[in-house]
Design a binder for this molecule. Structure first.
Ligand code: ZN
Length: 326
């Protein structure tokens, strides 16, 4: 092994670990609803992934696919020794992370004014804020070679078609999740986590907030979206005493109204803009991604809770995002 190989080997290890670290930190930031900070951490994970890939290629670990598959079958994945700190953070990345630290110290996310669109060169991992350059200042790659982490995509990049389909699916998934559980089981918080009923009431609350915002965006010109925080899980404890049939009815009715508003909208309508205090001017599509990704997270939690109730197991529940958010 030459000195360069040793250095590349070290880089591969530290960048691979770094990529995992930043990716899982990004997921956690999403749970805590720091969506702009999550976007920064996702871009940082991409920087490390690109650098790890470069090191892999220099080490000669990337051959034709047939050879790669044979290596994989033979269990010959590159050996990595996971030691040492996560390193390789550039001065600019540090500056962005310091902005995040400052916002978090004040208990809030970065705003769209504090963290612009981010772009990562897919060839060399160079990170840019603001506008994507015509050519990468570091390696010369064209603009088309950049991965983007834009503010408008901060809630996800599902199409309007997929958003409507997911909202429809909820109408089947939610009743299926409560099927066969007693009122007592549904009202019982597990290990300090919310009760089933809290979450179902909460999903309805969020559906209503989303529909109100969607209506404003569609019917008025560039509205300011409610600055008040959407109802949190803490506000959903009151649903614990409501019969489950009533909660399901409330969810279904709200969701049908939301779907009635969204079905058949043109692409232009999905691009209509509302002004959000943290995310800035965002299209309806952004808000659709927001409500769908929020619901998806809670449906997964509900499925885990159901499993624990039915089989008496106690898998560690994923921390519910609102509990972490005062
Ligand atoms: Zn580059």
């Amino acid at each position: 092994m030459t000195t360069n190989d040793a250095e590349d080997r070290r880089l591969l290890v530290s960048m691979s670990v770094g990529q995992t670290a930043y990716a899982v930190w990004a997921k956690q930031a999403r749970r805590e609803r720091f969506f702009n900070i999550a976007r920064l951490l996702e871009a940082s994970a991409a920087v490390k992934r690109v650098r790890a890939e470069q090191a892999m290629r220099r080490l000669g670990e990337v051959s034709q696919t047939q050879t790669n598959i044979n290596h994989a079958l033979a269990g010959l994945e590159p050996e990595t020794v996971t030691t040492g700190p996560v390193t390789g953070t550039s001065a600019f990345q540090r500056e962005l992370l310091e902005r995040a630290a400052k916002a978090l110290a004040a208990g809030r996310d970065l705003t769209y004014r504090e963290l612009g669109d981010l772009f990562v060169c897919s060839t060399c991992g160079h990170l840019v804020e603001g506008e994507v350059p015509q050519f990468c200042p570091q390696c010369g790659t064209v603009r088309e070679g950049f991965l983007d982490f834009r503010i408008v995509d901060g809630m996800g990049t599902l199409s309007s078609y997929t958003i409507v389909r997911r909202l429809e699916q909820g109408l089947k998934t939610v009743p299926a999740l409560v099927e066969g559980l007693s009122e007592d089981q549904l009202a019982m918080p597990v290990n300090g986590f919310p009760a089933f009923k809290d979450l179902i009431g909460h999903l309805t609350d969020m559906d209503i907030v989303f529909r109100e915002r969607a209506w404003l965006i569609l019917e008025t010109d560039q509205p300011k979206l409610s600055t008040a925080h959407p109802p949190t899980l803490r506000h959903a404890v009151k649903y614990r005493t409501v019969p489950i049939d009533e909660l399901l009815e409330r969810y279904t009715t709200s969701r049908q109204q939301t779907l009635n508003l969204l079905r058949g909208l043109t692409q232009a309508a999905w691009q209509r803009i509302g002004h959000h205090e943290i995310y800035g001017p965002v299209p309806l599509l952004h808000q659709g991604n927001w409500v769908v990704s929020h619901e998806q997270g809670h449906l997964i939690e509900l499925a885990q809770m159901r499993h624990n109730i039915l089989y008496g197991e106690n898998h560690a529940l994923d921390i519910v995002q609102e509990l972490l958010h005062p």
